[in-house]
Design a binder for this molecule. Sequence first.
Ligand code: ADP
Ligand code: TYD
Length: 203
Amino acid sequence: MARGRFISFEGIDGAGKSTQHAWLVNYLKAQGRQVVATREPGGTPLGEKLRALLLSDAMHIETEALLMFAARREHLVQVIEPALARGDWVVCDRFVDASFAYQGGGRGLDWNKLETLAAWVLGSTRPDLTLIFDAPVAIAQERLHAATAKPDRFEREKAEFFERVRAAYLRIAHENPQRVRLIDATRSRDVINKELEQIITTI
Ligand code: ADP
Ligand code: TYD
């Protein structure tokens, strides 16, 4: 059985990432593929409990990073690795790059500590393709505020925080041209759908 494909979706809150995640999952299923649609933090019963804590409770930035990676370890072992081994496609709304962008870029946590955690928690597993949805912070915040009645602990952060997160994502895209595709998220949903259709033919 050929190993499946692993695709992650990234971007600042409000960029339109979850909208495109849902679209791609449906598109791949319509093509007859076995697809596991999942997300981080979360993706397992324990991970979803950790997600609830992470999105609501104030905590030290290293605690935040460690809980993100604890949830990720569970997700990898229980869901992602078995799915890839079965030959399924795993389409994940956020993965490890979010820790570099939010905990590293946004919160200022040492990048080397995140590298150490990533090496430990992920082993050799990395997405085959990462789509980073990029938009100016003002546009993403406008979309977010129109869509969200009760913003969570991250969504309540100031624009400067999201500027740092965005800059970290752009750095990740620049440093990983083989794996990462930067998507201009300011365009219409339809135009982005068409681009994703084309991109997934390349993996
Ligand atoms: P994210 O997952 O990146 O936080 P969402 O996919 O939840 O963002 O989208 C945030 C809001 O923006 C939603 O109301 C969604 O309908 C809207 N939206 C998503 N994509 C677009 C787009 N291309 N153009 C305009 N609005 C969009
Ligand atoms: P997300 O599911 O995108 O939120 P929503 O459902 O509200 O669109 O992600 C929840 C938040 O968690 C998001 O603000 C980014 C943050 N996050 C990190 O800070 N580090 C991480 O490693 C991950 C996976 C998410």
